[in-house]
Design a protein around this ligand. Structure first.
Ligand code: ZN
Length: 167
């Protein structure tokens, strides 16, 4: 995939800049966590070098992770139909309910040590409705208007109630 960075429309430039921003934030966060890990890993053995190692790992890993995320994102918005970069935009999301199943669960969370319930288990009873949805996301190319649909599933819990009793 060779990307022509010139001759981008305003909309394509917007999509491209968004990817740059998103990729920088994500790679920054991921590499920051890794460099903190490096710091604590070497902290006891090398009290001073651990700072250097931590900063070095950030500086070395950041461009690598950034490239990986950016490349994956570029692929996601590349239209195979008309070969335009930065052209795929989410146009519509449609969720439809497939099924809803009532669920419940009881669990013992402790024992009463005084009062009228002394010696009894404290039980929490929860019930909810588990709803399964089919999600259809429609993506459209802003250059050639070609659209395609991505299908996925999603589960949501609703009507949650919980009450406590002694048993
Ligand atoms: Zn296209």
């Amino acid at each position: 995939m060779k990307i022509d960075m010139e001759n981008l429309s305003d909309e394509q430039t917007k999509i491209r800049n968004n990817i740059y921003l998103k990729s920088s934030i994500w790679s920054g966060l991921i590499v920051f966590v890794i460099s903190i890990f490096v710091y604590f890993y070497f902290k006891n053995e090398y009290p001073i070098i651990c700072y250097v190692l931590s900063i070095l790992s950030f500086l070395i890993l950041f461009p690598v992770v950034f490239m990986v995320i950016k490349t994956a994102e570029f692929h996601g918005v590349y239209c195979k139909n008309c070969n335009s970069p930065f052209s795929i935009a989410l146009q519509d999301v449609d969720e439809s309910l497939i099924c809803s199943v009532p669920r419940q669960r009881s669990r013992v969370v402790g024992k009463s040590i005084s009062g009228s319930n002394e010696g009894l288990n404290r039980v929490i009873h929860e019930s909810w409705i588990e709803e399964k949805y089919e999600v259809l996301k429609t993506y459209t190319c802003i250059c050639c208007s070609n659209s395609y649909i991505k299908k996925s599933n999603k589960t949501r819990e609703t009507n949650k109630t919980s009450d406590e009793y002694y048993d």
